[in-house]
Write a protein that binds this ligand. Structure first.
Ligand code: HEC
Length: 133
């Protein structure tokens, strides 16, 4: 009996955690009515943005890499960043606050502005599609 309660708890907690990203997507979809696109998300991910009037180029892949199943490397500190794909890193994209915090921070750092809701939806769709490969 106790075992079943435990199993139930484990399932419901992983289910809940895995839903953090889809829950973000649901909220974005209430604002943006057109469907999100993993392809557009990938373009945003690998695009090099001019920084400091073109003196430097920055992209999401600068730190995270283009292959979502592999670890990234922080372009400034050299620290390893866990893979963004849930297949290689089950804890990726499992906390809504964390997702929003890093979106805000990283879009500003990389693009020099915040991402629009549409861009976040496209990127998140791309990141999740990487997990299902
Ligand atoms: C300067 C390095 C750097 C760049 C460039 C960068 N990131 Fe990140 N990003 C990080 C770090 C560090 C983390 C935290 C990873 C962790 O805690 O495991 C992170 C985490 C995230 C997360 C949260 C992941 C999770 O599991 O919840 C998202 C979403 C994200 N980044 C999106 C982006 C997007 C979109 C871009 C491009 C606009 C981008 N990042 C560019 C360093 C970067």
């Amino acid at each position: 009996m106790k075992v079943w309660i435990l199993v139930g708890l484990i399932f419901s907690s992983t289910g809940w955690a895995a839903d953090a990203a889809t829950s973000r997507l649901d909220e974005y979809a209430q604002i943006v009515k057109t469907p999100f696109s993993a392809q557009r998300g990938q373009q945003l991910w690998i695009h090099s943005y001019d920084y400091n009037k073109g003196v430097k180029q920055r992209s999401c892949a600068s730190c995270h890499g283009e292959d979502l199943s592999e670890s990234g490397k922080h372009v400034r500190t050299g620290k390893t960043i866990k893979p963004m794909s849930r297949l290689s890193n089950p804890s990726a994209l499992t906390d809504e606050k964390k997702i929003e915090k890093w979106f805000t921070r990283n879009c500003k750092w990389t693009m020099g502005r915040e991402c629009s809701v549409e861009e976040k939806g496209d990127i998140l769709t791309f990141l999740l599609s990487g997990a299902e490969k």
